[in-house]
Design a protein around this ligand. Structure first.
Ligand SMILES: [Cu+2]
Length: 89
């Protein structure tokens, strides 16, 4: 019974950690695939970011992190400030 409880708790924990590893940001100004690449590159330059997938049609970039390095929305916004795109507040 204890083993089952432990299994359950670790399952819930891993799910919540997984959720914390994904971030979605709304980006202003993307209009084509080239913009997507620039946004993705800027996000990837932030330490701890594992992947970035931008979509200009929805104006969204989905970022996943390595789950070890804390990645703040501020750090991503700062990296994007260097491009022509900005995080929608
Ligand atoms: Cu473009």
């Amino acid at each position: 019974m204890k083993a089952l409880t432990t299994l359950f708790l670790s399952l819930i924990f891993s799910v919540s950690v997984f959720a914390a590893n994904a971030m979605t940001l709304n980006i202003d100004g993307m209009s084509c695939g080239n913009c997507e690449k620039k946004v993705e590159k800027a996000c990837m330059s932030v330490p701890g970011v594992k992947s970035a997938k931008a979509d200009h049609a929805t104006g969204v970039v989905k970022v996943t992190t390595d789950g070890v390095t804390p990645v703040s929305e501020e750090a991503l916004a700062k990296a994007l400030e260097k491009t022509d795109y900005h995080v929608k507040k």
